[in-house]
Design a protein around this ligand. Structure first.
Ligand code: SAH
Length: 213
């Protein structure tokens, strides 16, 4: 597991690309600048690690595009020590960004292979989460609720009700909603039953799978 000057240089170029595309949250840019993304990918893809692109990981899943990770992270408006739930741990790259932002991270993954691999890998890089869970993200994590924010990193055909109900008042849910193409959507909980909704254009994710799939 090597992180060289060459990797650091490529990472800085990636950070500049993200700035040029409109990412302005300094903490998020710093996180991307710190994380050795090449170590989250299979060795065959090392050369691609610092391009602003999604890439295949195990179990037919993808590591999200850095721009998408940065965009979603920015929408969360993180404060250090926030309690954050991620749905779709995958490679753990977004999880690592959340750790770099100083939050208490809970993350759920439904593919056992990825869950096992990433559970071992993140601590090796020094990333400590509160809890990684093998389970179904549609249900959220009722025992640990409420959360300051929830981030869904797979395309959701609809907004799962449990995720809305597991937000604190003032809490934020960032979720790509749709089938073939998703609209990045932010919900802010105003009150027990009242949510403000904002939309941020089209993104493409692998699907948030329901148990029957
Ligand atoms: N955050 C990840 C993105 C991985 S892609 C990264 O940065 O690498 C989306 C992930 O969501 C996949 O790993 C997929 O297995 C997972 N996923 C799909 N449906 C899910 C569900 N119902 N519950 C939890 N995870 C799910």
């Amino acid at each position: 597991m090597k992180d060289t000057f060459k990797h650091k240089g490529l990472r800085q170029q990636l950070v500049n690309t993200l700035k040029a595309k409109g990412i302005s949250d300094v903490k998020v840019l710093e996180a991307i600048g710190n994380i050795p993304r090449h170590l989250f990918m299979d060795s065959g893809f090392l050369d691609h690690a610092y391009q602003d692109k999604a890439f295949p990981i195990a179990a037919d899943q993808t590591i999200s595009q850095p721009y998408t990770v940065a965009f979603q992270s920015e929408l969360l408006q993180i404060t250090p020590q926030d309690k954050v739930l991620e749905i779709g741990t995958g490679s753990g790259y977004q999880t690592a960004v959340l750790c770099e932002l100083g939050v208490r991270v809970y993350s759920i993954e439904r593919q056992q292979e990825l869950f096992k691999k990433t559970s071992k890998f993140l601590p090796k890089l020094g990333y400590r989460t509160k809890k990684l869970v093998f389970g179904d993200g549609y249900k959220g994590l009722p025992d640990e609720a409420p959360f300051d924010s929830i981030i869904v990193t797979a395309g959701a055909p609809f907004v799962p009700k449990p995720l809305l109900s597991q937000l604190k008042i003032g809490g934020r849910l960032v979720i790509p909603v749709g089938d073939a193409v998703q609209i990045m959507t932010l919900f802010i909980r105003k009150d027990t039953k009242e949510f403000e909704q904002h939309e941020f254009g089209e993104f493409r994710f692998v699907p948030l799978l329901e148990d029957r799939n």
